[in-house]
Design a protein around this ligand. Structure first.
Ligand code: HPA
Length: 268
């Protein structure tokens, strides 16, 4: 089976068991640079890992210690809008499960839909809405991977949320909370779509995370989600949106983001 070959390859490079997996969103990959004694495995070297559609480096897995915990970080993720299938987007989560990961921390850059938010805020994801029009679990069912109809009533672990909230309070970090809406992208939303998302109960919108969280829950991995509100979603402020703005803002909140995630990992 593919996954066995993938895992065997990785285990040759790294023998310890990572308990915490991290998926690092746009502009947030710097967190992997904080990992001590890192072992870096480029995606392109890993058998059966999705093949990058663009030339250059697609990213890498970084194994090592972070604040006293064995972790594996995905520095760079696979997005549905890049043309990867839902199975490809979520394959690394299946691999993490086989490697022994029990807690997954998903991070992303997202547009703020809740008008109380401002660019630069960090948001604890309390729940999500899948607006991607598909689901990574569609297809033939393998009982060994999880149940056919997984419960999603606590997609984001209350216990992990409370740890993150305690950390934020202790370190005096502003931490918003809200519902993340996953769209396919790659275009940003229209102002009308943003109003719809607000009406539906969304606080932030992005183009990732939902597939990985669905598969993590299917695999019985506990999830913590953190969004970096990189911009206010379309139509809320007068200016147009740009990817440069997204990267610029994540750059500014980097220090707070690192502090929040590292101290949370320590307390898991
Ligand atoms: N919309 C969707 N995805 C995003 C946004 C946004 O405004 N900002 C960062 N990722």
């Amino acid at each position: 089976m593919n996954i066995v070959e993938t895992v065997n390859f990785i285990k040759e490079k790294y023998q310890k068991t990572p308990k915490v997996g991290l998926i690092l969103g746009s502009g947030l990959g710097v967190l992997a640079d904080e990992i001590e004694d890192p072992i870096k495995v480029p995606y392109q070297d890993i058998p059966h890992f999705p093949v990058s559609t663009v030339s250059g480096h697609a990213g890498q897995l970084v194994f090592g210690h972070l604040n006293g915990k064995q972790v594996v970080a995905m520095q760079g993720r696979f997005h549905f809008y890049e043309g990867y299938s839902m199975k490809e987007v979520t394959y690394p989560v299946r691999v993490m499960k086989e490697l022994g990961v029990e807690v997954l921390i998903v991070t992303n850059a997202a547009g703020g839909v809740n008008t109380e938010f401002q660019a630069g805020d960090l948001m604890l994801i309390t729940d999500h809405i899948n607006q991607m029009g598909t689901n990574p679990l569609i297809g033939s069912h393998d009982e060994g991977q999880g149940v056919r109809f997984p419960d999603m009533s606590e997609a984001y672990s209350k216990k992990l949320m409370s740890i993150a909230m305690d950390v934020a309070e202790k370190h005096q970090l502003k931490l918003q909370q809200g519902v993340y809406v996953g769209n396919t992208g790659p275009c940003y939303e229209t102002p009308a779509e943003v109003r719809m998302i607000r009406t539906l109960g969304g606080d932030a919108v992005g183009m990732s995370t939902v597939p990985e969280v669905i598969v993590a829950r299917h695999a019985n991995i506990k999830v913590l989600g953190i969004s970096c509100i990189s911009n206010m979603a379309a139509g809320i402020l007068p200016q147009p949106l740009s990817h440069d703005e997204v990267i610029e803002t994540t750059e500014k909140v980097k220090a707070n983001f690192l502090q929040l995630v590292k101290a949370t990992v320590e307390n898991i």
